[in-house]
Ligand binder design. Structure first.
Ligand code: ADP
Ligand code: ZN
Ligand code: ZN
Length: 835
């Protein structure tokens, strides 16, 4: 029959179309099209796209003629085929297209849309044997004039349809090249390191200098401490000392150091700590573990023998990170890759500086605030490590990645361990756009696919996780003591309702919290205050008629931000000036209702005029390094009181915090959500965990009107398991996860009536199929966002029922609804395991 078998390539297109598309591999490209590399294909009448090759095979598709692959972009794969099963799982489980996974996975610098550019090659000189044809010359002139042309511009170019073929010829003649667009140069993150000037590096010179400092004992002490820490004058081996380390270990203020810098006795240099550069510091030994830590490590190792996932349940500051470091080291020594996930970008800096001291250049960071070119660079460093044996790898390739959720998609092919730190954290869930994945759950699958054990770590496990760990699905290791026997903080409540009644409140502070803060300030200790609302006041209200300004695009009141006298919508970003007078009755009496972090900051500055007060919330951390800067200033004790939202509760490690205040715990407990109590516990226990120092017990003051609320009592007793038992019983009784799976369906429409009608139609159809498993439709608390009305439905599915089957049925019903002529403009999003 056919002597040579034709080859076909299934490709992924960067479009919201389901499934793979098959093209034939033309003879001249035979053997050159490789899975995991990009090619250019025609899709639709005239459009060309770059696409990712998924598979090469010889199965001729039935029922249509394939188009050929036009040309090849990559000679080597940009993604190992080992990653595809993970992509497929994400698409299948989270119910989205493989194209959507591709969009989430690839850094935009590698994306396949119109970013792919054809560049003019300035070195090109026409050689007689490779003369350009008139058509080639025409396109070449266009490209030369513009320097570069994107695929989409090419689609509209002078030559239209055949231009891709002409590009191919120009490529062959070396007149143009294909390249990714790289934008914006990158500023490396740095840490301050202390240095001793050359002239002082002899004992004689040093003694002279110290003599001169006799009259300024603090400066002298600081220099001596530096000499001890760095070991400079001892045996020649010099350990670098950061500004932070020096100040922390001595407890001496930064002004003393600045005085020494002025005198040129010490200097401060900025050292890069991001792993896009070579690590110049020296490698430190891994810390010795305490007996309790060693025990936990052994529990983990034992668990890894039989379980693919293990939970490390260790109280705050128990040294979980030190345990991770041990495990990571062993894994790296075996030549395997490690992925270390963190919920927040802000945490990566603190952790990476700990990791690079141990692992040097092998460690890299990955998160969404990197720009395209950096992300491509990190991508390649991970990719190259994986293909080390081919010889293209270099010393600076990354074996260990610390990253936020999107780091899951880096091109790993040889993972030996995945750590999911603070596994309970909500930031692991991607809300928008699709794929709406949960990074912890996806990490478990990734680990399974690459046969790498997965370690989940936290002081406050998600209820689902603890259920899995105690029912035998996951292993469990426990660490109940803090490092160096620092005591767990003392936690007390302060009844603010009562204090209000007695007129004892000092702004937002009960007498107790006020006294504790004053005490801490006197002792030069630091304070963290947690308030889960940003801005000045959540809304303003007219005293005369009750008018409340609302967002014109969303069904929500506008938050007053005093620093720029504006009213801001926290859902769509809409912003307007404070009106000054009531728009309804003209009264001038507009009062601020409730309080956010900005108001707390302002009021506290009045109460404690000498304290250095700062604020950590979305508004103060928007810039690329905003979060990090505040953390650094706090670490270096340039801030006495730090007020913050959720952000201050995350696993930051501070040494000098003695008092933590939770300004209003009622706000947390009264959320309309089945996870509200669990989350309240986690937030309070975590923020409380920031307090406590060597030889001194920390204290947490929870302001609430319900001091005997069961969750508050659980927090006070540091009794995670009691909280868990209460919550798991409720989950079982009310049919929530982990006993039932949930799928959320969100409908959005500009017209309220249309939304109501379609939501009703959908829920009726779903009920016919799923019965009482359907909840809703309901308006969420905020029922309109960005001019779209919103309704939600949920399906609760028993664990025993095939979720694949249920999802298919659900999709069929949604497709039917969407087919109706009147329903075209509805937006329907599916969220598997919503949180
Ligand atoms: P966790 O991750 O459990 O909150 P960390 O690993 O951040 O705890 O440890 C808290 C602090 O104690 C850190 O500053 C860490 O450097 C220190 N620490 C913990 N264990 C050790 C150890 N074995 N040797 C030296 N320092 C330790
Ligand atoms: Zn009014
Ligand atoms: Zn809005």
């Amino acid at each position: 029959m056919n002597p040579t078998t034709s080859q076909y390539a299934d490709v992924i297109l960067p479009l919201p179309v389901a499934g793979y598309f098959t093209y034939n591999v033309p003879d001249e490209l035979s053997g050159q099209v490789i899975p995991g590399s990009r090619v250019i294909v025609q899709f639709g009448v005239k459009k060309f796209y770059s696409a990712l090759v998924h598979e090469i095979h010889d199965r001729k598709p039935e029922g249509y003629n394939t188009k050929p692959i036009e040309c090849i972009i990559d000679v080597n794969p940009i993604i190992p085929v080992a990653c595809f099963p993970f992509w497929e799982w994400i698409a299948g489980y989270y119910h989205c297209t493989i194209g959507e996974v591709l969009k989430a996975a690839l850094p935009s610098g590698l994306k396949l849309e119109s970013e792919t550019r054809i560049n003019y090659n300035s070195d090109y000189t026409e050689q007689s044997e490779k003369k350009l044809t008139p058509r080639e010359q025409l396109l070449f002139d266009v490209i030369r004039e513009k320097r570069s042309l994107s695929i989409s511009e090419l689609n509209n170019s002078v030559l239209k349809k055949s231009s891709i073929a002409v590009v191919k010829d120009l490529l062959g003649k070396g007149a143009v090249s294909i390249e990714e667009e790289m934008k914006e140069s990158y500023r490396l993150k740095t840490e301050s390191v202390i240095e001793l000037p050359e002239r002082l590096r002899t004992e004689k010179a040093m003694n002279l200098a110290l003599d001169l400092l006799k009259k300024i004992p603090l400066q002298q002490k600081l220099v001596i401490s530096y000499l001890e820490l760095s070991g400079i004058l001892k045996n020649g081996t010099e350990i670098s000392v950061t500004k932070k380390e020096l100040l922390q270990s001595t407890g001496i203020s930064v002004t003393v150091l600045n005085g020494l810098v002025k005198k040129n006795i010490l200097s401060i240099i900025e050292r890069k700590i991001d792993r896009l550069s070579t690590y110049s510091g020296e490698i430190k030994e891994v810390s010795e573990l305490s007996p309790a830590q060693t025990d936990a490590l052994n529990q983990i190792k034992q668990s890894f023998e039989s379980k693919s996932v293990t939970l490390l349940h260790g109280v705050t500051s128990s040294g979980k990170t030190e345990i991770y470091i041990k495990l990571i080291k062993e894994c790296l020594d075996e030549g395997k890759q490690v992925l270390y996930l963190l919920p927040e970008i802000g945490l990566t800096t603190q952790i990476i500086s700990r990791l690079t001291r141990v692992f040097g250049d092998k460690a890299g960071i990955y998160h969404s605030k990197f720009n395209d070119s950096e992300r491509v660079e990190i991508w390649n460093k991970v990719l190259n490590f994986g293909i080390k044996n081919t010889g293209s790898s270099s010393e600076s390739d990354y074996q260990l990645i610390v990253g936020t959720r999107s780091a899951l998609f880096l091109p790993f092919q040889n993972l030996g361990l995945i750590v999911v730190d603070e596994e309970h954290d909500n930031s692991y869930k991607q809300y928008d756009p699709s794929p709406r994945y949960h990074a912890r759950d996806a990490a478990i699958i990734l680990g399974h696919l690459q046969q790498a054990p997965v370690l989940l770590g936290t002081a406050t496990p998600a209820v689902e996780t603890f259920y899995n760990a105690t029912s035998g699905k996951f292993g469990l290791a426990t660490l109940n003591e803090r490092h160096q026997n620092i005591e767990m903080p003392e936690i007390v409540t302060a009844d603010f309702k009562d204090a209000y009644r007695r007129k004892q409140m000092n702004s937002h502070l009960t007498p107790l919290l006020f006294a504790e803060i004053s005490g801490a300030l006197e002792r030069k200790e630091q304070v963290i205050l947690f308030q889960n609302r940003r801005g000045f006041s959540p809304f303003i209200e007219c005293k005369m008629c009750g008018w409340v300004p609302k967002c014109t695009h969303c069904d929500v009141s506008l938050t007053f931000h005093k620093h720029n006298n504006s009213l801001v919508c926290h859902y769509c970003g809409f912003s307007t000036n404070h009106p000054g007078t009531c728009r309804t009755c003209g009264s001038k009496e507009l009062t601020n209702k409730g309080f956010g972090t900005e108001k707390v900051e302002e009021d506290l500055q009045v109460i404690f005029p000498d304290a250095k007060i700062d604020r950590m919330d979305l508004d103060t951390t928007r810039s690329k390094r905003g979060f990090e800067k505040i953390v650094l200033r706090f670490e270096q004790r340039e801030i006495d009181i730090l007020i913050g939202t959720q952000m201050v509760t995350k696993g930051l490690d501070f040494e000098n915090v003695s008092i933590v205040g939770i300004l209003n715990a009622d706000n947390l407990l009264n959320q309309p959500d089945f996870r509200a109590y669990e989350r309240s516990y986690q937030l309070m226990a975590q923020v409380g965990g920031r307090s406590g120092r060597k030889n001194k017990r920390g204290k947490v003051i929870i302001q609430t009107s319900e001091p005997t609320h069961p969750i508050i009592l659980n927090v006070i007793n540091n009794d995670y398991e009691a909280m868990y038992r209460g919550q798991i019983a409720e989950r079982k009784h009310f049919k929530y996860p982990p006993f039932y799976r949930m799928i959320g369906i969100t409908l959005k429409h500009r017209e309220k009536n249309e939304l109501d009608r379609i939501a009703q139609e959908l829920s009726t159809k779903l009920r016919e199929r799923f019965g009482a498993r359907i909840l809703g439709p309901e308006y969420p608390v905020i029922s309109r966002i960005k001019t779209m009305y919103i309704k939600q439905l949920w399906i609760k599915i028993e664990r025993e029922i095939s979720v694949v089957h249920a999802k298919r049925q659900m999709q069929e019903i949604i497709d039917q609804i969407k087919l109706h002529a009147g329903n075209k403009t509805i937006l329907i999003a599916i969220d598997v395991d919503p949180i």
